[in-house]
Design a protein around this ligand. Structure first.
Ligand SMILES: *Cc1c(COP(=O)(O)O)cnc(C)c1O
Length: 367
């Protein structure tokens, strides 16, 4: 079978998505399924929709276009501020986009008029993580301007935490978002149908039984795909953490010294790795590297230790298990390894499906 490959268990992803949709539904919170880590895979999109997500969100217009091409029928949200150079595509292929800049909203408005469409806007508010967002004190002014643009509909407000700086969503910042929603509605006499509180990092807060206030939507990617919450990277109760695994193939297996010899300078990535001398070890090389994965984000099976990587080689210590050329090794991945593997054309994607409880699982490869 083709290697390296991601083995994607669509049934487990569906279970994860459905479990989160149900749990959050009890708190009055809908789920936008985030597809950006899957390169807009139509197979995974279909599974998310079957599990009951309200719509799909992606940060790249290319992924949304790919899903449209594959006839994925869902409400589509661009969850990164649109580039001015892409407003026509955004208006054509998405229903809503997240925005923080009036120049962009103006561009979307012109593009929407030309295309004879209306485009929904969620204004993103900065609540401390220092990535995208309008400063809370500037929100009212931005809403006032936004409401003036033809063919633009203000759908709601949102925020994003736990990404750039790792600021945790909590009662305080979520209450601030709720209060901003109330105050915008009172000031402008409008209804904000979407108050989108954040990403997988919001799950602990949302499911803690805390008052969720006006928050009625979360955008979830990592928790669905990996079954983990991203604040402490702990597994979420009742979710599969092995829905996606990476398989790579051994291309060299030899006994070698654990210490390099010769004069030491920088390696291919400008680092000077320090290695401890453990005498001779069994060293196996797998045909995968920085170009396909983030080596730090791979968790090898017991008995195998990752020693290093270059663009195309992953070097492992296999002293406690015998590896031969041609053998395959399965790894668990974190988010950054997953994103890179999903977007590498060198990594095949093997989708596993079980049509019913009684039928055997079948699988197919997508390149
Ligand atoms: C990536 C992203 C998400 C999804 O984040 P996960 O941690 O994968 O759930 C949600 N919102 C925005 C704005 C994002 O960029």
């Amino acid at each position: 079978m083709s290697a390296p490959r991601l083995e994607i268990d669509l049934g487990k992803i569906e279970h994860n998505a459905r479990t989160l949709v149900e749990r959050l539904g009890r708190c009055g919170i809908s789920v936008t399924g985030v597809t950006k880590a899957t390169l807009g895979s139509p197979e995974i999109a279909a599974v998310l929709l079957r599990a009951g997500v309200l719509g799909l969100g992606d940060s790249r217009i290319e992924n949304i276009e790919a899903m449209h091409c594959a006839h994925v029928a869902a409400s589509m949200t661009l969850i990164r501020s649109p580039m001015l150079s892409q407003v026509e595509r955004v208006v054509m292929h998405t229903d809503v986009s997240f925005n923080t800049e009036l120049d962009v909203i103006s561009g979307l408005s012109s593009a929407a008029q030309k295309a004879k469409r209306t485009h929904g806007i969620v204004l993103m508010v900065e609540l401390g993580d220092l990535r995208e967002g309008i400063m809370p004190g500037d929100l009212e002014k931005t809403v006032r301007e936004t409401l003036r643009f033809p063919n633009i509909v203000l759908k709601g407000i949102g925020t994003n935490l736990a990404c750039r700086s790792g600021v945790s969503p909590d009662a305080k910042n979520m209450a601030e978002l709720s209060a901003l929603a109330d105050s915008i509605e009172a000031t402008f006499g409008t209804t904000l149908s979407i108050v989108s509180g954040g990403n997988s990092g919001n799950l602990q807060w949302a499911l803690s039984g805390a008052d969720t206030g006006r928050i009625n939507n979360l955008r979830l990617g990592e928790a669905i795909l990996l079954g983990c919450e991203p604040l402490h990277r702990q597994p979420i109760d009742g979710l599969h953490t092995d829905a996606i695994t990476l398989v790579a193939e051994v291309i060299e297996s030899k006994i070698k010294p654990s210490q390099p010899w010769g004069e030491m300078a920088q390696n291919a990535f400008g680092e000077k790795p320090s290695l401890t001398n453990q005498g001779d070890i069994s060293q196996a090389i797998l045909a995968i590297g920085h170009q396909d994965i983030d080596p730090c984000g791979l968790q090898p099976p017991p008995g195998i230790e990752i020693l290093g990587a270059s663009s195309d080689h992953l070097i492992t210590d296999t002293s406690s298990c015998n590896m031969s050329v041609g053998d395959e090794v399965s790894f668990q991945l974190n988010y950054s390894a997953l994103v890179r593997a999903m977007t590498s054309p060198f990594v095949a994607k093997l989708m596993r499906v079980q049509r019913s409880h009684t039928s055997p699982p079948s699988s197919y490869i997508i390149h």
